[in-house]
Design a protein around this ligand. Structure first.
Ligand code: AMP
Length: 438
């Protein structure tokens, strides 16, 4: 299916083409026609699925038809849990809307409110906001919602996790009843359903189910390492283990570019693949990876969707994903078609929350292996399956090797087929090194 069949207008199709998107992602295929038709939507979709374009494109198209925003007025309101996400969504609004005569602004806390009030004076067609600052601005009469046409709640589950429910309810109370609602959430917990009940009107529900991978065997463990030494450790692993074809996941496009450049400097042939790369560049990187010219492909989650290579031997999470389910999708890239593969995550202390969420999700603690010369100064705190995270230790260098869970801080190699050249084995308990993923 192509973007043209979704009912999008010419200016938007042009931008999509410039972005190098060859076909809509599953969530876009479903959400765009529904949102364009003016229906309410409940969408279960995680970051990396292309959900932002899934709501931004139809919002832009619908607003392009109506009357421009008047003073202090907002026509579409997109609420996100974090300022990073708000900035990211606003960047998408600006990118996709560049051929349209629409205005947008982004507001979030932690910065001065006055410049934001100034920005809103003449009104904006699209406002991207975090809940607290939005309320502050409303209470200062910097904006009103009398002409609001569309409300988008992005990452609603995270908003609830972060305790924004009261702010959200206050905002909902001052919105006009007659409006279109688009609610995106990674999961649909009972709390989200409750929130949605008082919000959407006869919605269409869509859920983007991750692609199935064949039952397979994946050996997985983590290397605790300081953030600043991750790239060097990766280069070391690639060289010492002689990995020929490794897919590395980076959380950001910029990170993918940086890491790829670093590896190339070290004489390792690497290429980044992500949404900012043209289709031609992506095709070339992928072809190189398939024929062995490119040893390492550094990908963001969504870009990795297009990579369909059987029996990928090695997957590395350079960054852990923010959404635990993504971890399973990522490691499902290896060990296809019944073969075995290894999935390794480089984890620094400040990613312990993500680690804990993943371990809770997959219902097992991941084996930890320290690599000689790369022991972290900042220990990754001890985790447990009930999501308890121990207080971080003051001193580093494997201080957690002795305490806590027995999976914590083992030096050396798990039961993987390629021995870690530098690692000393310190087995403490028999373990199940392999898990089946489906
Ligand atoms: P999101 O899930 O909205 O955070 O999107 C993740 C990334 O996917 C963004 O960097 C987008 O630029 C990219 N993207 C969105 N739609 C597509 C598409 N149809 N094809 C390829 N990349 C896309």
């Amino acid at each position: 299916m192509s973007f043209t069949s979704l009912g999008l207008s010419e200016p938007l199709l042009k931008i999509i083409q410039q972005q190098g998107y060859s076909e809509p992602s599953p969530v876009q295929k479903e959400s765009i026609p529904i949102a364009l038709a003016g229906r309410d939507l409940l969408a279960a979709a995680q970051t990396g699925t292309g959900k932002t374009a899934g709501f931004t494109l139809p919002v832009l198209q619908r607003l392009a038809k109506g009357q421009k925003a008047g003073a202090n007025s907002v026509r579409a309101l997109i609420i996100t849990p974090t300022r990073e996400l708000a900035a990211q969504v606003n960047a998408s609004v600006e990118t996709y809307g560049q051929n349209l005569d629409l205005t947008s602004a982004v507001v979030f806390g932690g910065v001065k409110i006055n410049p934001q009030m100034m920005k809103l004076r003449r009104g904006v067609d699209i406002l991207v906001a975090t809940p607290g600052r939005l309320l502050d601005l409303y209470n200062k009469n910097a904006l009103h919602f009398k002409k609001l046409e569309i409300l988008v709640l992005d990452e609603a589950d995270r908003m609830l996790d972060m305790g924004f429910i009261h702010d959200i309810k206050k905002v909902l109370a001052v919105l006009p009843k007659q409006r279109q609602n688009l609610l995106f959430s990674a999961t649909f917990s009972p709390q989200i359903r409750k929130l949605a009940k008082g919000l959407v009107n006869n919605p269409v529900e869509i859920s983007v189910t991750p692609r199935n991978t064949t039952a397979t065997t994946v050996t997985q463990w983590i290397h605790p390492v300081d953030k600043k030494r991750k790239a060097a450790l990766l280069a070391e692993l690639i060289k010492s283990k002689k990995w020929h074809q490794v897919l590395v996941f980076s959380r950001t496009k910029r990170g993918a570019n940086k890491l790829s450049a670093f590896l190339n400097d070290k004489g390792i042939n690497a290429a980044p693949i992500h949404g900012n790369k043209s289709q031609a560049a992506r095709t070339k990187a992928l072809a190189g990876f398939k024929n062995g010219k490119v040893q390492v492909l550094v990908a963001t989650d969504i870009a990795a969707r297009g990579i369909d290579i059987d029996q990928l031997p090695q997957v590395v999470n350079f960054d852990l994903p923010d959404v635990a389910e993504d971890y399973v999708h990522r490691i499902g890239r290896t060990g296809r078609a019944g073969s075995t593969g290894t999935a390794i995550s480089l984890v620094c202390a400040d990613q312990v929350k993500q680690l804990s969420d993943i371990e809770h999700f997959i219902k097992r603690l991941l084996d930890r292996q320290l690599v000689d010369g790369f022991e972290p100064e900042h220990d990754v705190p001890v985790t447990s399956l009930d999501k308890r995270i121990a207080a971080p230790k003051q001193t580093g260098n494997g201080g957690n090797r002795r305490g806590g869970n027995r999976n914590q801080g083992r030096r050396g190699n798990s039961n993987n087929s390629q021995p870690n050249t530098n690692a000393k084995k310190r087995r403490r308990r028999p373990r199940k090194p392999k898990v089946a993923t489906t």
